[in-house]
Design a protein around this ligand. Structure first.
Ligand SMILES: N[C@@H](CCC(=O)N[C@@H](CS)C(=O)NCC(=O)O)C(=O)O
Length: 251
């Protein structure tokens, strides 16, 4: 694949440099986006912790990464377009959902679109993604850390996701938005994966198996098998080992 990526506006953007950490669900969103779109990118692992132990934060994150994202969080991204701005003293780009948008807009890759081309539907996907992030992401971490007595808050978030799937594509379809993979699937799969693996391990959590959730469960099976999702999903044992600090209150 060429190292030049076509920008949607017509100019060429250099091969992006992608800062990631193998276990991070937020970073996985941007990583899946790069893979799903067939973008040619350079992967750079950032050690956020020492010995993969979240209770030991790395005080010396690489300088080039910190220059790209002064907040020190993954994911982060650089390319020639971004670096043109950085010459004025601005940072690179970060924040997973922003990166999914950016990757979709800037790199042609294999020509696939991750956000609907229709502006109204694109806006709806963004609204639902933001609402569902609130409904699922925080409860995931709270439940893992022992801050919730049971999974009811998480179940309520999952119900919202299930309802959104029916609403967005009442005609059915393998994906959250219907027949095509989209940014919506990409935003939630990393958390669904960690619910199934990490919460399954530490809290005996499993997705509801009732008929109401049949499509959701089929969705999970379908996306889990896609190459971009398989490639970016950490080994369940390795990830459970890393998250044990969270689950046992050490981090
Ligand atoms: N809102 C951010 C959250 C990113 C985030 O919190 N990433 C974690 C790893 S999963 C991180 O980089 N933490 C920095 C640290 O632990 O030092 C996003 O969506 O990108």
């Amino acid at each position: 694949m060429s190292t030049e990526q076509k920008q949607s506006a017509g100019g060429a953007v250099s091969k992006p440099l992608f800062y990631c950490s193998w276990f991070c669900p937020f970073a996985q969103r941007a990583w899946i986006a790069l893979e799903e779109k067939g973008v040619d990118y350079e992967y750079r692992e950032v050690a956020l912790y020492i010995d993969d132990d979240p209770s030991k934060k790395n005080p010396n994150k690489p300088a080039d990464f910190m220059a790209c994202n002064p907040n020190g969080t993954v994911p982060a991204l650089e390319d020639s377009l971004i670096n043109a701005g950085r010459k004025q003293g601005w940072p690179g780009l970060y924040e997973s959902l922003v990166l999914v948008d950016y990757i979709d807009e800037v790199y042609t890759g294999n020509g696939r679109h991750l956000l609907p081309t229709d502006a109204y539907k694109r806006a709806l996907v963004r609204i639902w993604t933001s609402q569902l992030s609130d409904a699922l992401v925080a409860p995931f971490y709270q439940y893992l850390r022992g801050g919730l007595p049971d999974a009811s808050k998480l179940d309520a978030g999952l119900k919202k996701l299930n309802d959104a799937m029916q609403l967005l594509s009442p005609q059915g379809g393998a994906f959250l938005g219907g027949d095509e993979i989209s940014a919506f699937d990409i935003a939630f799969f990393p958390f669904a994966y960690r619910m199934a693996t990490v919460l399954g391990h530490f809290r005996q959590y499993s997705f509801p198996a009732t008929p109401e959730y049949a499509r959701f469960n089929d969705w999970y099976k379908t996306v889990s098998a896609r190459p971009a999702f398989v490639k970016t999903s950490p080994d369940p044992k390795r990830i459970a080992a890393l998250y044990s600090s969270f689950a046992t209150g050490k981090a």
